[in-house]
Design a protein around this ligand. Structure first.
Ligand SMILES: [Zn+2]
Length: 264
């Protein structure tokens, strides 16, 4: 069997086992497979193993290539660990953002970064301390992050789909905040489970890893992205509980609209 045919068959089998879109409340049939995180997130799209796959309907899976590219570019420009990011990949990514997310491109191009010395493992490295414009969060990164939360929940809750009553909360930490130790380290330490992508000895650790815990109706994921920035995702199935965090970016979903921002 050819590779293309095998892929079609494997997708078909996957959708037979995972019938409903996990991104819009669980009542719409899934017809596509969403990768979370998307392949574009990894340098040269080289993923240690196939990325996490979740079932999605056409609507929930479409139109996100712009935000996928913005999320990848934003994580990569904050990362100075990867001194070896091939320029051709960055150029391709920048071009993609320019085409698919022109407003994000303009904001990133105007953004500033300062080099600061940081000691890591006894060695002083220069880090680019990147400031990310607020509009990039509102328009691109926050909705992208919310989608990751729905997908990760599906993966780790044994295929249980978050209902439209659940609330998902999103908070990013830039590499500047990581450098200034404004990150939720106690929370990070307290989360029991660790996740990454793995294939043999290859792991996604430096590009993508997370700690997580799901406890009844509450869930938490903290993602470490390209070893530079962090993303905190909170999940409340009892939406009353989300009211305790009014200043967060809160999202919900339903069959009619898909994932969308809500007031607490
Ligand atoms: Zn959907």
């Amino acid at each position: 069997m050819g590779q293309a045919k095998r892929k079609i068959l494997s997708n078909k089998l996957f959708l037979e086992r995972h019938k409903y879109c996990c991104l819009c409340g669980g009542s719409v049939y899934a017809t596509t497979i969403e990768h979370a995180p998307p392949k574009v997130f990894f340098v040269n799209k080289e993923v240690p193993s196939a990325t996490h796959r979740v079932p999605a309907c056409e609507r929930c899976n479409s139109g996100s290539s712009g935000s996928d590219q913005v999320a990848a570019l934003s994580a990569l420009i904050q990362s100075t660990i990867h001194q070896d990011i091939p320029e051709t990949y960055m150029e391709k990514l920048v071009k993609g953002v320019q085409n698919n997310a022109p407003s994000a491109f303009a904001a990133i191009a105007e953004g500033s970064s300062t080099d600061v010395p940081i000691k890591v493992n006894g060695r002083v490295n220069m880090y680019a301390r990147v400031e990310i414009d607020n509009s990039i969060y509102t328009d691109w990164l926050n909705p992208w992050a919310a989608k990751q939360a729905y997908a990760l929940h599906y993966l780790h809750a044994e295929g249980k789909i978050l209902p439209d009553t659940a609330k998902v909360m999103v908070r990013w930490f830039t590499n500047a905040q990581v450098i200034d130790e404004e990150t939720p380290d106690d929370l990070l330490r307290s989360l029991r489970n660790y996740g990454e992508l793995r294939q043999g000895k290859k792991t996604s650790e430096l590009q993508y890893s997370y700690k997580w815990q799901l406890e009844g109706e509450v869930g938490c994921f903290v993602l470490m992205l390209h070893d530079a920035s962090m993303l905190l995702l909170g999940i409340f199935q009892d939406s009353e509980k989300a009211k305790a965090f009014p200043h967060w970016n809160i999202f919900s979903t339903n069959a009619r609209r898909g994932i969308h921002r809500v007031e607490s």
